[in-house]
Design a protein around this ligand. Structure first.
Ligand code: ASP
Ligand code: MG
Length: 417
């Protein structure tokens, strides 16, 4: 069996959905399971609905209306017959969603988030499934919540592999075309859970693992995995082949092509992952598999903007020792500040971090009781895997380098633009 994952961008409008159909016509659709994300930016739009709900905002109704309008427009573009069954199916999903919002009593934000945001994937797969059927392509719509079982860590649920494996082995019909939702699962009480933002790649990997699939393909609007983000670098090149290990490294340093959790289950069973273009589906794209580390052998660039470089030194010129360092890390962890680089000398300790949740100010006052705290805001962290002299020069050109770290395969520079 092959697992195909189509993300939000590939199904963002009627033409996108028609294109997914044409991709399947070109590459075949037998013995295939499609994992599909919410259409376009629907997850973000539903996040706004949830926020409005908790803030008791007047905008609650209009924010929900927007999600509806967007989906009904796509329906009208795809189905001429206003009596088509798909309208009943979509109406009833929206009615369920509205009923939940009206009657919910739980004050648990994360719980409510998962119950609401999941409609994005339920709606997208419903629409795609009916559209394929109308176009003559028989398929099974599968509610993924009957297959992927998780704990109840809402918004970041952990898969119960044993139960999931059992359900998938028993319940997924091979030989046909199956369509299911990315990102979702369900807990012991059958409440909906989600696997973390952008989690649909991971869903594809879970199915691949449990079905011992022949391959996973992630269909994208780029030709495959590039050695650099074309928004920041000219002359990005397509990587034909990367090893699992290299892909894990790239994801670790912040390359956003593949969701980091995705690779582990695939690597365990040596299931190849292809990243291909849904615009040119017959091109080979990138293969992530066992074998050559990197082909072509070229430096890979990863940029993280909007980082914070913090330097701590001891107030009394004493050494920064293990116990200080472990205390610093405990605090960073407590304040949910993610560390992307560490460097230390006798009396100072520097970390480059990402303060996603805006907690640094609070942390700073705690650190200041023990250390001299210096910091630079809004710095960029460049990572070059397989760096060369030219690659390093290119990154450093016209920038002020605040910190540099070099290991055998990887070079990292923190710069002020
Ligand atoms: N729709 C979800 C999100 O936007 C899952 C995904 O796209 O992978 O985060
Ligand atoms: Mg999405």
């Amino acid at each position: 069996m092959r697992i195909f994952k189509f993300g939000g961008a590939s199904v963002k409008d009627a033409d996108g959905i028609k294109n997914v159909f044409s991709v399947l016509e070109k590459v075949g659709h037998e013995d295939t399971l499609l994992v599909i994300s919410a259409m376009g930016k629907t997850t973000n739009a539903l996040e706004v609905v949830i926020k409005n709900y908790f803030e008791k905002s007047n905008e609650l109704h209009s924010s929900l209306q927007e999600v509806k309008k967007y989906h009904y427009q796509i329906l009208m573009d795809l189905f001429e017959d206003e009596e088509h069954d798909v309208y009943f199916a979509v109406n009833s999903h929206f009615a369920d969603l509205e009923y939940f919002i009206r009657s919910n009593k739980s004050p648990n934000y994360n719980f409510v988030y998962d119950q609401v945001v999941s409609y994005g994937e339920i709606l997208s797969t419903t629409i795609v499934s009916y559209y394929f059927a109308q176009a003559g392509l028989k398929n099974n719509w599968i509610d993924v919540r009957n297959f992927i079982k998780t704990d109840n860590t809402y918004r970041d649920a952990n898969v119960d592999w044993e139960k999931t494996q059992q359900l998938i082995s028993k319940g997924i019909k091979k030989k046909s075309l199956n369509i299911t939702q990315g990102f979702l699962g369900s807990d012991e009480n059958n409440f909906t859970t989600t696997l973390g933002r952008e989690g649909s790649d991971y869903t594809a990997a879970i199915f691949a693992y449990c079905l011992s699939a022949e391959s996973v393909t992630i269909w994208k609007d780029v030709p495959g995995v590039l050695n650099a983000d074309p928004r920041y670098f000219d002359n990005a090149v397509l990587l034909n082949q990367i090893s699992y290990r290299e892909a894990i490294e790239l994801a670790f340093y912040g390359a956003s092509v593949i969701h980091p959790k995705t690779l582990q289950p695939l690597q365990k069973k040596e299931i190849p992952l292809f990243v291909k273009s849904f615009v040119n589906p017959l091109l080979p794209g990138t293969s992530v598999s066992k074998g050559k580390d990197l082909e072509p052998q070229s430096p890979c660039f990863i940029v993280k903007k909007n980082q914070l470089l913090i330097s701590l030194s001891s107030i009394d010129f004493s050494f920064i020792m293990e116990e200080n360092i472990s205390e610093i890390f405990a605090l960073l962890h407590q304040y949910k500040i993610k560390v992307s680089l560490i460097q230390n000398s006798a009396i100072s300790f520097s970390v480059c971090v990402e303060d996603k949740f805006g907690n640094f100010n609070e942390l700073k006052s705690i650190l200041a009781k023990k250390f001299k705290v210096a910091y630079n805001e809004n710095v960029s962290l460049y990572t070059i895997r397989h760096f060369t002299k030219e690659a390093a020069e290119m990154v450093e050109k016209d920038k002020t380098v605040l910190l540099k770290q070099i290991s055998r395969e990887t070079m990292q520079v923190v710069t002020k633009e």
